[in-house]
Design a protein around this ligand. Structure first.
Ligand code: 5GP
Ligand code: MN
Ligand code: MN
Length: 336
């Protein structure tokens, strides 16, 4: 990240008295953890802070342990014209969902993000696509502000770092040094991993059995590489949280015969949210963009309409055209 951008952002944050921090729609641990960590640091400097997002209206259950200070407010309580808006882990204004209009009504907008597709929609932008998580950029900002880490800040940043590196599968020596700093400041890896990853209710298992039972493997679909895919229908989702549904792609992507994994989730009748994952050789962001979405090289997504078979057929077609990369591109280029 550019030192000049970091300095300008810290200057803006240091002088703000009221700060609204937002994560992307369906926030993950990196979006919410980054927003909460920066909010906690700014509160220590005396600012009034609030964190929000939407949809959904409520904090996903697995992430509730991050908001120890009760800083999250419903989207309806976000001021119409915030003094300073900070958008975290969000590649474009549209990804702020219900709160996208605040980009136009805020005094200043600071964007802190690591998506390669970031549109630079802030008046100030701290955007670094080589950062493995937005949490890493927030840590740099907290350091620049001179706020010492405490356990609550460290927990939130560790949660984002752990999940965006897929539990340190995509880690460098620097990633582990950052993690070590956060653990020394009080983040508890065992507790955080259990809350964020190992907290599925029993209803997860029958849902998985149905959804994985209909998974299909197409050995030569993705530019000669394998594609594994399945669909999660509204029926499958009855009685389970979105967290359970989102875990399906993490299981599918471990299939050794497939370079690419695709899970389509029916969010409303005929409306699908797609999750794409690649191991290393296919840039699935290109496919996601072709489907009207975006994301990163190895983890991308989109929203579209049609029948399940239609959606899979369109993805298959786009995968055929997709550039195939060298299989061992450096690890620092991988993130989700
Ligand atoms: P997931 O599959 O976990 O929902 O999303 C993986 C990544 O794809 C996210 O980090 C995000 O960058 C991107 N992504 C997912 N859905 C969408 C979408 O509908 N639009 C855009 N622009 N990006 C998406
Ligand atoms: Mn995210
Ligand atoms: Mn992220």
């Amino acid at each position: 990240v550019l030192t000049a951008d970091l300095r300008a952002a810290a200057e803006l944050l240091r002088t703000a008295t009221d700060v609204t921090l937002l994560g992307h729609v369906n926030p993950d641990a990196d979006a919410l953890g980054s927003a909460l960590a920066l909010a906690l640091a700014l509160r220590k400097l005396g600012a009034t802070v609030r964190v929000s997002f939407g949809p959904p209206a409520e904090v996903p259950e697995s992430l509730r342990g991050l908001d120890t200070a009760g800083l999250v407010v419903p989207a309806s309580e976000v001021p119409a014209a915030p003094e300073l808006l900070v958008a975290l882990d969000t590649g474009s204004a549209a990804r702020l969902g219900w709160l996208a209009d605040r980009v136009g009504t805020s005094g200043h907008v600071l964007v802190v993000d690591h998506h390669a597709s970031n549109t630079g929609f802030g008046t100030h932008n701290v955007v670094d696509e080589t950062a493995e998580a937005t949490a890493v950029l927030v840590l740099a900002l907290v350091d620049e502000l001179g706020v010492p880490l405490d356990q609550d800040i460290a927990r939130c940043l560790y949660a984002g770092l752990m999940t965006d590196t897929s539990s340190f599968r995509r880690a460098t020596a620097a990633t582990h040094r950052t993690a070590a700093r956060l653990v020394e400041a009080g983040a508890e890896p065992t507790v955080i991993a259990r809350e964020l990853m190992d907290g599925h209710p029993f209803a997860w298992l029958p849902m998985l059995a149905r959804v994985l039972g209909r998974a299909e493997l197409e050995p030569a679909a993705a530019g000669g590489h394998g594609l594994v895919h399945t669909a999660v229908t509204l029926d499958d989702m009855a009685g389970v949280r979105l967290e359970e549904v989102e875990s399906v792609v993490d299981i599918l992507r471990t299939t050794s015969e497939a370079e690419v994994a695709l899970v389509i989730k029916e969010m409303a009748p005929g409306e699908w949210s797609g999750s794409l994952r690649a191991k290393s050789a296919v840039d699935v962001r290109v496919v996601a963009v072709g489907m009207g979405g975006g994301g990163h090289r190895l983890a991308a997504g989109f929203t579209t309409t049609g029948t399940a078979a239609d959606v899979v057929a369109r993805v298959r077609e786009m995968l055929r055209e997709c550039p195939v990369l060298a299989p061992h591109t450096p690890l620092t280029r991988y993130r989700s």
